[in-house]
Design a protein around this ligand. Structure first.
Ligand code: ADP
Ligand code: MG
Length: 389
């Protein structure tokens, strides 16, 4: 699907309402990681330079709808954006009233969209009020594109025109390249804690990829499905049959979902636990599997080095604790070294990417946790689909 972008519209003098994801962590009025603000800057600069009258919307935290809450105010975001853009960025509290449209080339930040009753329910009346503020709606927040809400979806239905912003367009292009026309072999790593949260992703990828590597708690369920004891490991008994049928399906298609040949175990999940290497068929009842073992990590790393495309979601061990981090570190390193086009996404995955300092050597870092997973599931993102009307 080719969505229309800023290249396809007039901006000069237009009232442009742009949805960004400026949902940064704020503690005691101070912004923590400001990556999301920096990511939005090129879009905002481009709109301002083109003479648009720019009104920016975002959510921040999870305030209760229906009232202003100073704790979730966009004020600190506006102050920081003003510094980064080197111009005043006023916060407009009653922006839905529509009397605070900036001059051409100017910018305002609308107060938290989630203060509005009806935002998360995609309320039509609210969506129409937003749409009435603008000549053009620009959806630029990939991380919220899987949610049909008033500021991501409803507004696009009723705005005079609606297009994808540069950030969203880049994200869709990178993900599309990885999944729709990948250089082969396409290798996916799906790790993390639970099969249940990623079962649709696993099903979809089993059909599409040349090699699916499972890790983390997810791998434990596959290890159990292969008939091995997993002791006290995190597994989901309800999903053992699902894991078995996915392995059968992969095999029938001439592929394989391998299980780790060796694993790292401990008696408990703690910083001080003693880590041991075990062959996968030798895990004791008192042990829990907390990482892939060194032979497995080396074998997976080799497959990643030979890949044409790599999709990575989910750490393959409890990487937050050093004793159980070697597998995730090895795979992060192998992806970084690989010549493959690589994309990584997911909250904890990005924490691992940052921990091992490989941000710059992964081709594309997806900004959207939930939206990234839904894209991998092959689902249409509602806030993208609506742009194509
Ligand atoms: P993401 O946020 O990247 O999608 P998830 O939220 O699915 O990833 O999973 C990340 C979590 O999975 C991490 O906190 C990690 O500690 C945990 N995890 C990884 N391997 C195991 C394991 N073997 N047992 C228990 N938890 C695990
Ligand atoms: Mg997570």
């Amino acid at each position: 699907m080719a969505v229309r972008t800023l290249d396809d519209v007039t901006l000069d003098g237009q009232r442009v309402l742009v949805r960004e994801d400026l949902n940064v962590p704020i503690k005691d009025g101070r912004i923590g990681d400001e990556a999301r603000l920096r990511a939005a800057l090129p879009t905002l600069r481009r709109l301002m330079d083109a003479g648009a009258r720019v009104m920016v919307m975002s959510h921040l935290g999870r305030p209760k709808a229906g009232a202003f809450d100073p704790e979730a105010s966009m004020a600190p975001v506006a102050a920081r954006l003003g510094e980064l853009l080197d111009c005043p960025v006023p916060v407009v509290r009653d922006w839905l009233e529509g009397d605070t449209v900036p001059a051409p080339g100017g910018i305002v930040l609308c107060e938290n969209v989630r203060f509005n009753a009806g935002e998360t329910d995609n309320d039509e009346a609210l969506s129409r009020r937003m749409a009435a503020l603008c000549d053009l709606f620009v959806m630029d927040a990939f991380g919220t594109a899987h949610r049909a809400q008033a500021s991501t979806h409803g507004v696009a239905r009723f705005a005079p025109d609606a297009v994808a912003g540069p950030l969203l367009a880049a994200e869709l292009e990178a993900l599309g390249k990885a999944l729709k026309s990948p250089d082969r072999p396409l290798v996916a790593i799906i790790g993390g804690s639970k099969v249940s949260s990623k079962v649709t992703v696993l099903e979809q990828l089993t059909d599409r990829v040349d090699q699916l590597i499972v890790g983390g708690g997810i791998a434990n369920t596959f290890i159990a499905a292969a008939g091995h004891g997993v002791g006290k490991s995190l597994i989901e008994a309800d999903f053992v049959d699902t894991a078995r049928s996915l392995m059968d399906k992969a095999r029938a298609a001439g592929g394989e979902i391998p299980i780790p040949e060796d694993v790292i175990v401990a008696d408990e999940l703690s910083d001080s636990a003693e880590a041991r290497v075990r062959d996968v068929d030798a895990v004791a009842d008192s042990e829990m599997i907390l990482d892939v073992g060194p032979k497995t990590a080396a074998a997976y790393a080799e497959r990643l080095r030979q890949a044409g495309t790599v999709v990575w979601n989910g750490p393959v061990g409890v990487f937050e604790i050093d004793a159980f981090s070697a597998g995730t570190r090895a795979l992060a390193g192998a992806i970084a070294e690989s010549a493959a086009f690589s994309i990584a996404g997911g909250g904890d995955t990005l924490a691992a990417v940052a921990k091992y300092g490989v941000e710059d050597r992964i081709s594309y870092i997806s900004t959207g946790g939930g939206a990234f997973l839904e894209f991998l599931e092959g689902r249409e993102l509602p806030a993208v689909a609506v742009l194509d009307r």
